[in-house]
Design a protein around this ligand. Structure first.
Ligand SMILES: [Zn+2]
Length: 71
């Protein structure tokens, strides 16, 4: 199997395209939970990890948005 220099960048689970700047990005987890709280003496911590782009902290697309605009 020979390497093709024009081979497209293949995204995996940790990569995608930023819905904000439309550039390839790395998916990071952003905590959108409310954090620590106390309810009737019970202390807890609300953690809600959402995937987001590393550049803009915006939702990540699974496909290349530029590719869709061709045609
Ligand atoms: Zn971005």
């Amino acid at each position: 199997m020979k390497l093709d220099p024009d081979d497209r960048y293949e995204p995996d689970d940790e990569h995608g395209w930023c819905s904000c700047c439309r550039m390839p990005c790395i998916i990071i987890g952003v905590d959108e939970g409310i954090g620590g709280y106390e309810f009737w003496g019970f202390r807890g911590r609300d953690v809600d990890i959402r995937p987001a782009s590393d550049c803009c902290k915006e939702p990540v697309l699974e496909y290349d948005p530029e590719e869709e605009s061709v045609n």
